[in-house]
Design a protein around this ligand. Structure first.
Ligand SMILES: [Zn+2]
Length: 329
């Protein structure tokens, strides 16, 4: 296949929402939206959103919320719909304390999936439940995915940035949830996005290089990935990560598509990378195994259950299937 992966093909990449950036700075916009019956609110907490059994993302009218909303700091303006209706998120107070000093909070490209995490300890009426975005992403509509991805990304940023990085004083929420302002020095702070590269490395025989990370469940294999370092280009990051993790050298690098990955703040930038060497030496730290697969080998391994491919909502899956030439399973 030669076509670029259309980002909208990836569930978590679907835009679907007018982000209404100009409305963020309107005084009282959220307060006014909360008086409108047409406004819709989703609930977000620590990577999870409230879903309704059998019908995807749960969206509530402002007077129908199943949890109390107190204070003004928990509202996020996600955007506006076709009829001008506002979409908001309410940040349900976190069940989990902020990461302690020295505790890794942002190393998630290769982190274990959060599938074993308990649901937020906030009771909901029957028929509603907390679902991690990772788990529900592939089942959402374009509209829902755009809302939920933005809400999870913003919620994670607020949770991790309660204090001013310049002076350590408290910050307050501004711009309808899109910035924080230091109460002491007035400095403004905005959500950050950390680019990560993710790549389908293919050799001269058209085999693909997949790896198994140290803390993944047995049998899980995926494309290589890693964060872009300070002062580095995307192309360089691709070549460096592949060399560091597997010893394989990479020549040509071509962009294939991207996907917001708010776990907690990444943007996955996807590439096809052409290997100029094939000897594999894993670093044993990030990756414990890496190997080349032909299409026939990968298909057989997936069929036999020896290889669990990346999740359906992930750009990793899209990159592998683009190379494979169709769905893996
Ligand atoms: Zn400050």
């Amino acid at each position: 296949m030669t076509g670029v992966i259309v980002p909208d093909d990836l569930p978590l990449s679907r835009a679907g929402v007018d982000r209404a950036a100009l409305s963020r700075t309107e005084d009282g916009f959220v307060d006014a939206a909360l008086t409108q019956d047409a406004t819709r609110v989703l609930l977000v907490c620590d990577g999870a959103v409230v879903t309704a059994a059998g019908s995807g993302l749960a969206l509530f009218g402002p007077t129908q919320l199943p949890v109390p909303t107190t204070g003004d700091d928990g509202w996020l303006l996600l955007g506006r719909g076709d009829e001008g209706e506002a979409y908001l998120a309410w940040r349900v107070p976190d069940r989990r304390p902020a990461p302690r000093v020295g505790e890794a909070s942002d190393v998630l490209v290769h982190a274990a999936p959060a599938e074993t995490e308990p649901a937020p300890a906030r009771s909901l009426p029957d028929g509603l439940g907390w679902t991690l975005l990772r788990d529900v992403g592939a089942d959402l509509t374009a509209h829902e995915a755009g809302l939920a991805t933005t809400a999870v990304a913003l919620d994670a940023w607020h949770a991790r940035h309660p204090r001013c990085p310049r002076c350590g004083a408290a910050t307050r929420v501004a711009q309808s949830g899109w910035s924080r302002i230091c109460v002491e020095d007035g400095s403004e702070h905005y959500p950050r996005t950390d680019p990560a590269v993710i790549m389908a490395v293919v050799d001269a025989d058209d085999r693909i290089l997949l790896g198994h990370a140290a803390h993944w469940a047995a049998g899980r294999w995926s494309t290589l990935a890693g964060f872009v370092e300070a002062g580095e280009s995307l192309e360089h990051a691709v070549r460096r990560e592949v060399a560091e993790e597997t010893g394989v050298l990479v020549g040509e690098v071509s962009y294939r598509g991207s996907q917001p990955w708010p776990f907690p703040a990444s943007l996955m930038v996807g590439f096809r990378a052409v290997a100029t060497s094939t000897d594999v030496t894993v670093d044993g730290v990030e990756l414990t195994e890496a190997r080349w697969f032909s299409r026939a080998e990968l298909a057989a391994a997936v069929r036999a259950g020896d290889v669990i491919p990346p999740g359906r909502a992930s750009i990793a899956r899209a990159l592998v299937e683009e190379w494979f030439g169709g769905p893996l399973s």
